[in-house]
Design a protein around this ligand. Structure first.
Ligand code: ADP
Ligand code: MG
Length: 296
């Protein structure tokens, strides 16, 4: 990390003052943050993330956190002697895996994040999609990407039917920071495991968020040669899907990001969660980290 102890007080003041136009612009606006990747497992990055989210809240911006938990679920499954299986970037979820997903996400990961934010001076509240009847879901019909006639059985992987954001809005109005686990409920009260990127994207749309920021474990979307693509249009995304440049967890991330951009979320970014304080840099400076997704 850069040593900031030698910056003069005057320069510090100058740096702080440069955030003013951004604070003014975004005051009262909602920002949906997908928290995942390294930023979620490295203690120093966790602390930076918590400080950034709390600072945003205190300057009048409304952060909403949606978290993933792939590595933590993987560890818990391994302990039970189970191995995770993925199809087109989504975790196949049998009944036993669903139980693990629920207790790891809603029990462990969500509460860790709530604790972290509270420790940084915020008032965070953990929710799953069941709370306030927020996320209605149904079984996902996963069509094979190369054979449209083939549908994969993903078990209890959910497809979002609707999101009722009223509980999130009520919390925001009261100075709380919502922290949401990506679990939905079905018609018969059954649980669904939903990819966190998909939840973050849909929630950003329903809330008409100013920004959707997806923190990940890589510098952004990379091209075939491994170079960072700083900017992506819908047409370019189609090409990257077709030629196989995008795979695994990047598939639901980009589809969600593009849907949000097309549905009125002003700025959609996939950003490098390994950069300390990447959220503050992205929101309160003119620096950009990662890939911006355009609506057309
Ligand atoms: P998270 O959801 O926590 O951000 P994922 O593992 O689900 O992490 O998704 C990010 C991963 O997607 C990257 O680490 C990388 O392995 C994979 N990926 C696949 N295609 C690309 C691509 N074109 N550019 C960048 N990452 C990609
Ligand atoms: Mg993922």
């Amino acid at each position: 990390m850069t040593d900031v102890t030698n910056i003069s007080p005057r320069d510090k003041a100058e740096i702080l003052a440069q955030a003013l136009p951004y604070i003014r612009k975004f005051h009262g606006k909602t920002m949906v943050i997908k928290y995942g990747g390294n930023a979620m497992t490295d203690p120093a990055l966790q602390a930076d993330f918590a400080e950034d989210v709390v600072l945003l809240k205190l300057v009048g911006i409304n952060p909403v956190v949606v978290h993933g938990g792939g590595p933590q679920i993987e560890t818990a499954l391994k302990r039970l002697g189970k191995k995770g299986e993925f199809i087109q970037g989504m975790r196949v979820t049998d009944a036993e895996t669903m139980e693990v997903v629920e207790w790891v996400l809603a029990g462990e990961v969500q509460q860790d994040i709530v604790g972290l934010l509270n420790q940084a001076g915020g008032k965070a509240v953990g929710l799953t999609g069941r709370d306030g009847g927020m996320i209605r879901a149904q079984k996902l019909q996963m069509v094979d990407s190369s054979d449209p006639a083939k549908v994969h059985d993903m078990g209890q992987v959910g497809d979002i039917v609707s999101i009722d954001p009223s509980v999130v809005k009520a919390l925001q109005d009261d100075a709380f920071i919502p922290v949401i686990s990506p679990i939905g409920f079905g018609e018969n009260n059954e649980s669904y495991n939903i990819n966190a990127d998909v939840v973050a994207a849909k929630l950003a749309t329903v809330l008409q968020a100013e920004k959707l920021m997806m923190l990940t474990n890589i510098s952004g979307v990379l091209d075939k040669a491994g170079n960072l693509l700083t900017d992506l249009s819908a047409r370019q995304i189609d090409e990257l899907f077709l030629d196989g440049t995008i795979s695994g967890g990047m598939l639901p991330k980009i589809s969600g990001a593009l849907d949000a951009a097309k549905s009125g979320v002003n700025a959609v970014h996939i950003i490098d969660g390994r950069v300390p304080h990447v959220l503050l840099l992205e929101i309160l400076t003119d620096q950009a980290f990662g890939t911006m997704i355009r609506s057309h």
